[in-house]
Design a protein around this ligand. Sequence first.
Ligand code: PEP
Ligand code: MN
Length: 370
Amino acid sequence: MILILSAQVNQNTPEYQQLLSHLATLKGIQTRVHVEPGSVTSLTEIYLIGDTKSLDMETMQSLPCVERVVRVSEEYRILGRHKDDQRPTHFDYNGVRFGQDTLNVFAGLCAVDNREHVEIMMKAVRDNGQVCTRMGAYKPRTSPYAFQGHGKNCLNYVFELAGKYDIKVIAMEITHESHLNEIKEALHQTGNPTGVMLQIGTRNTQNFELLKIVGRQTEMPILLKRGFGITLDESLNAAEYLASEGNRNVVFGLRGMKTNMGDPHRNFVDFSHVPVVKRLTRMPVCIDPSHSVGSRQSSPDGILDMMQVTAQGIIAGANMVLVDFHPAPPKALVDGPQAMLLKELPYFLEDVQIAREAYLKRVALRQRQL
Ligand code: PEP
Ligand code: MN
């Protein structure tokens, strides 16, 4: 059960203390207070954990400071959607809104290889009216002999160039706690010219200790990729780990499932789960056509499979697209064969727009039926 307190609540008032003392008398129930800072007021929520079935909604509603009571289902307590739940389905970060009704494209390098390519990429992103990109510095690789990413050595120039090209948010995977500190340090050293969305890759979806560490910081939002060999429920629970530690600014990423049933695609494209995740949770949903499809194959109409699946995800309501581009794919150190060419970026974005408009028309059509 969640008690949502009135907006102007002050934790130093006798009413608030009275509420906490009352909650402390409830047998078998623990409380966890979460304060969500807002631009004007902050929102205080008290999570009641334990045997809450016996609690009466009206009684709880009448307690001091309580504005609303939400009875949560067992699963995804914080990030889930519950009956009569009006909590927001969006968050703002560095001037960019991420929500279940917005769409942001993160076109960029799978792996940072050199400064020149980062600059060319970011300039193209900016010139095409975008404020987000992807830049991999820490790469989890199948082979220990493959390029592992430049790590902290590239962070300063990546962040400086992001500032130069007005990039507001960079999606960047981390695989270890130390990477979090390196990113914070580099942002600080360069004067915070940009923002970072920390990416947890599919190989770490159930690295619970990493999830807890990343969830405990609330400066940067998180993109959690679905685990490629586990159920959707297991991946959604992984997202809940982040929120239960304090960070609920989480985007959920679909990137395909590992099975040969999806051949010839690199992974079995799972974008039909876009509306499912939006129904079950309040998280914005990201699709990654590059890692799902993994090649530049196209259909007889000339459209790349990666663009077909992007359109499929967007027409179903996807909120974010994470996609590999590269100024010179044959020279890319990671995932060159699935990178799109810079000259394809305007075309890609226009195609995304067509699918988005179709989605919005479908929503309007549904509204007219109600
Ligand atoms: C990536 O986005 O670069 C990546 C490695 O993705 P995934 O974790 O989905 O394989
Ligand atoms: Mn990749």
